[in-house]
Design a protein around this ligand. Structure first.
Ligand SMILES: [Ca+2]
Ligand SMILES: [Ca+2]
Ligand SMILES: [Ca+2]
Length: 400
């Protein structure tokens, strides 16, 4: 469950969406096998054991993780990070002349020359809204024909989606605030009645509210939210996180005036420029990319963290996904970087509903295919039929 779903679960108090140990999956479940272990994983444990029994060693494969950056010093990843063989670290020289200076473990297309990196971004929908609003503001479309009319109709579609998303985010902000007041009040009442500041679900089960309806309601609500992982200890922190998530949407993702690209210093609309960014592989929030890299290739059977799905992998990190929507330019350049530097597989666990420079990405995809590189891309978290509709156009689905 990602953070968005957790917030939604808390807001709706859905008892089915448990966060806690009650629905804890078996360790390394994704490497298990349905028939052998009774777990619907990828069967990679079984497959690797079978290959080993046959004496097959396989060859080392480079997997490029196009994501939010990777904690390349992580104890379960540091020894399997890809190392650029032609590059001497930290000498300020592009030794292998691939266009990227000191790119040892990959590249960060959201990095700037002074070491800073883009953290938050607008959604592509917001960028399209900003661009088209400038063009069509005050126009009613009456005297437009052909391509101009088509673009105007597209503007109206984007405008409607944007305004809807903005209203929803504002509503969510209010809802989070009011829901947390309810949780706080319920917890306070229980503390008052039980004398315990840090009560548990067991404590709640033992409480007898008698004819006190208010306390009865407080117990019911607390049981629901605590089943989803909220506790008296983490209430304040969870409130802060949920509020920050709602604020972030309004401040960054859905703010047409927000432009963090000055950090990178390139012209994001100049698609011909491939060489920008930095070697800050981690970026401001490498959580998602590290998580993805770990599932793919965390060192197996070392008693540290998890077992990755595959053995014999080197992870190349190519950062192109901010908090918000990735840009087509960066995605295309990240694909080309991965292909040119020896990746056999490119993992892309992200997605968005609008893609104004899709043609540029398509060219990079073809380039990867011509070089026999396998591209793996997420289908979204929203249960949309992507054959019929684009990935949800009104919410950011970056980092899937
Ligand atoms: Ca280089
Ligand atoms: Ca160098
Ligand atoms: Ca491990």
């Amino acid at each position: 469950m990602d953070f968005k779903q957790r917030v939604a679960a808390l807001l709706l108090c859905l008892p089915a969406l448990f966060l806690s140990a009650q629905s804890k999956a078996p360790e390394n479940w994704f490497t298990k096998d349905q028939s052998k272990d009774g777990v619907q994983g990828t069967s990679s444990d079984q497959t690797l054991a079978a290959l080993k029994a046959k004496g097959k060693k396989g060859q080392t494969i480079v997997v490029a993780v196009l994501d939010s950056g990777i904690d390349y010093k992580h104890e379960d990843l540091k020894d399997i990070m890809w190392v650029n063989p032609g590059e001497i670290p930290d000498n300020g020289i592009d030794d292998d002349k691939n266009g990227y200076v000191d790119d040892i473990h990959g590249w960060n297309f959201l990095g700037g020359p002074n070491g800073e990196s883009v953290a938050h971004e607008t959604l592509e929908m917001t960028r399209e809204y900003a661009r088209l609003s400038k063009k069509f503001n005050g126009t009613n479309g009456k005297n437009l024909y052909g391509d101009a009319k088509k673009e105007y109709d597209y503007y109206l579609e984007v405008k409607e989606a944007y305004e809807e998303a903005r209203a929803r985010a504002e509503g969510m902000k209010e809802q989070i605030a009011s829901q947390f007041v309810k949780f706080e009040n319920a917890f306070a009442l229980i503390t008052k009645s039980s004398g315990k500041a840090n009560f548990t679900l067991d404590d709640l089960a033992k409480m007898d509210a008698g004819s006190n309806e208010e306390l009865k309601d407080a117990i019911t609500l607390s049981q629901r939210v605590m089943a989803q992982g909220l506790t008296p200890e983490n209430l304040a922190e969870q409130k802060k996180e949920a509020s920050a998530y709602a604020d972030g949407q309004l401040q960054y993702n859905l703010n047409p005036d927000y432009n963090p690209r000055t950090i990178v210093g390139d012209d994001p609309n100049d698609l011909s420029n491939r060489f920008y960014g930095s070697n800050e592989y981690r970026g401001p929030d490498a959580g998602h990319g590290t998580h993805v890299a770990g599932i793919i290739a965390a060192i197996r059977n070392n008693d540290i963290g998890i077992d990755g799905i595959a053995d014999n992998v080197r992870i190349m990190t190519v950062r192109c996904v901010p908090d918000g929507d990735e840009r087509d330019k960066d995605v295309a350049n990240a694909i080309r970087y991965a292909v040119d530097n020896g990746a056999s597989i490119i993992n892309m666990s992200f997605g968005k509903g609008y893609s104004p420079d899709k043609a540029y990405v398509d060219e990079a995809v073809k380039y990867a295919a011509e070089h026999d590189v396998l591209l793996v891309h997420a289908a979204g978290n929203d249960a949309e039929n992507n054959d019929k509709t684009a990935i949800s156009r009104t919410t950011s689905t970056s980092r899937l």
